[in-house]
Design a protein around this ligand. Structure first.
Ligand code: NPQ
Ligand code: MG
Length: 368
């Protein structure tokens, strides 16, 4: 693709309700959108970095800065660049996977639109809809949690993930299991809130037949996760720790995970995410697609990824209204507990420009 310009657009979307995790409470979603402008049409990318470095070290302003000052000049200097070359061109710059992912996504969308191919088709996806799970925040009380879970189950979600932290783990899990029964697909996510010293406490989740516990320990505590798999019955799933196909291979080889959550932003893009799924499948490790409160752009792309054959567990690809009253694309809706995979060229979803303008905080256009 020849890049005529790159637009960086900061948006702010109110959440339908505060979302509390072990690292904080979010009330709005700040996102950076990247628009690749080419002579043959545009492509859109979404950066999943948060507005503060609470999930990982990246945040919206560092992503914007590194894209503006380093990535875009390098891409302009490279001349024509295909999506498959973006990661290689940006390789000299250390880190910043979410920023890199957003740029690659924009170029990939532009390229596939030009080719008339859907992202799902490009990935080799084998399904036209994906089962939808939902991530449930830490609540002020167990009764409020039970009402919230009941409402999601009424809507049709096929799997529940409870956010946990020390002081909010066994009690909510027990209550949800008792109220909704043994058939409910139930898992938990600690977002690094525990240490290996908490292994005994985490073992108290063993009786509840959870699908998995996601990222109980620190991002860099791969050895700790390996030890934890030997001390608890619940399968250990890594999220934050898996930052590339190589780190996925390492974590698997070290016995640090029995399952992997794949998030394209965290690993530097959809192409690397696809590789991780292949590495995991070759090692008999199930994968599922995580979520970062994406707008319809990232949500549609995640649905395409989750439709690939390696994705054997329901992902955090929820309906748009789980987080947003008003999305910047047509909303993704639950149909019989599933999300439809977009079929149009590229991401297969288009921004609604009126809404986009309403939620835009700032825009800048970079030219060679
Ligand atoms: C996870 N996501 O699996 C993340 C964490 C997370 C759906 O649980 C703004 C942007 C707020 C990204 C809150 C889910 C966020 C965010 C939580 C990601 O660990
Ligand atoms: Mg997680």
């Amino acid at each position: 693709m020849k890049l005529t310009a790159i637009e960086l657009r900061r948006i702010s979307l109110p959440l339908v309700a505060p979302f509390r995790t072990s690292f904080g409470t979010e009330v709005t979603k700040e996102a950076l959108l990247v628009r690749a402008i080419t002579p043959d049409g545009d492509g859109w990318g979404e950066c999943v970095a948060m507005d503060a470095p609470l999930y990982s070290y990246e945040y919206v302003d560092t992503a914007t800065d590194v894209i503006r000052r380093f990535f875009v000049p390098k891409l302009f200097a490279a001349g024509e660049v295909s999506a498959g070359q973006v990661a290689h061109v940006l390789e000299p710059f250390k880190g910043h996977p979410m920023a890199k992912a957003a740029v690659e996504m924009a170029v990939l969308d532009a390229e596939l639109r030009l080719l008339g191919q859907s992202l799902a088709g490009f990935f080799g996806a084998t399904r036209d809809r994906v089962p939808s799970g939902v991530s449930v925040g830490i609540m002020e009380s167990v009764p409020v949690l039970l009402d919230t879970v009941a409402s999601y189950l009424d809507q049709g979600y096929v799997r529940i993930k409870l956010k946990i932290e020390p002081g909010w783990d066994v009690e909510p899990v027990r209550a949800v299991r008792e109220r909704f029964g043994d058939d409910l697909l139930l898992q938990v996510d600690a977002n690094t809130a525990y240490t290996l010293g908490d292994a005994r406490q985490l073992g108290r989740l063993d009786p509840f037949d959870l699908l998995l516990i996601e990222q109980p320990l620190a991002e860099d505590d791969v050895r700790g996760h390996a030890e934890l798999t030997r001390r608890i019955k619940t399968p250990v799933c890594l999220d934050e720790s898996v930052t590339s196909a190589r780190s996925a291979a390492d974590a698997i080889a070290l016995g640090a995970c029995q399952i992997i959550n794949v998030k394209p932003g965290r690993v530097g893009g959809y192409l690397e995410a696809r590789k991780i799924a292949a590495v995991a499948a070759a090692n008999g490790i199930p994968v599922w697609c995580g979520g970062m409160l994406e707008t319809g752009l990232g949500r549609g792309a995640n649905a395409a990824l989750a439709a690939c054959p390696e994705f054997t567990l329901p992902g955090d690809v929820s309906a748009s209204n789980r987080f947003y009253a008003q999305d910047i694309t047509r909303p993704f809706v639950l149909e019989d507990g599933h999300i439809a995979v977009p079929t149009g060229p590229g991401l297969g979803v288009d921004v609604v420009h009126d809404v986009l303008d309403e939620v835009t905080v700032s825009v800048e256009t970079l030219r060679p």
